[in-house]
Write a protein of this length. Structure first.
Length: 109
């Protein structure tokens, strides 16, 4: 399956021919492994999936801790700031716990 940003006209669900939610494991080296397909997944491929409506969850390989929001931040940075350095991307993994849990800091509503 090609991941070129084409959703096959299906913008409300996962790309045709794929399962629903993708389960990923992030290694210490930052590589993402699709735990069901047993293969690595690039940020570009994952970004295409997200654009097409496919959901994903990510866990740290060593600890098993949730890191979905950190991976989503990596996708956003790679998409919005393609010239960002790897150091800038990895600095985002240290987000405050409120952001990691889905609650933006500083909001009162």
């Amino acid at each position: 399956m090609s991941h070129n940003g084409d959703c096959g006209g299906n913008v409300s669900g996962p790309p045709p021919g794929t399962a629903g939610e993708r389960l990923l494991v992030r290694g210490e080296d930052g590589l993402l492994m699709d735990s069901l397909a047993c293969r690595t997944v690039s940020l570009a491929e994952l970004a295409d999936d997200v654009r097409c409506g496919r959901r994903f969850r990510a866990r740290e390989g060593a600890s098993g801790s949730e890191c979905t929001y950190q991976v989503l931040v990596q996708i956003l940075l790679a998409t919005l700031a393609p010239g960002a350095t790897a150091g800038a991307l990895s600095a985002m993994t240290g987000l405050p716990s409120a952001v990691r849990e889905g609650f933006p800091t500083g909001r009162t509503t």
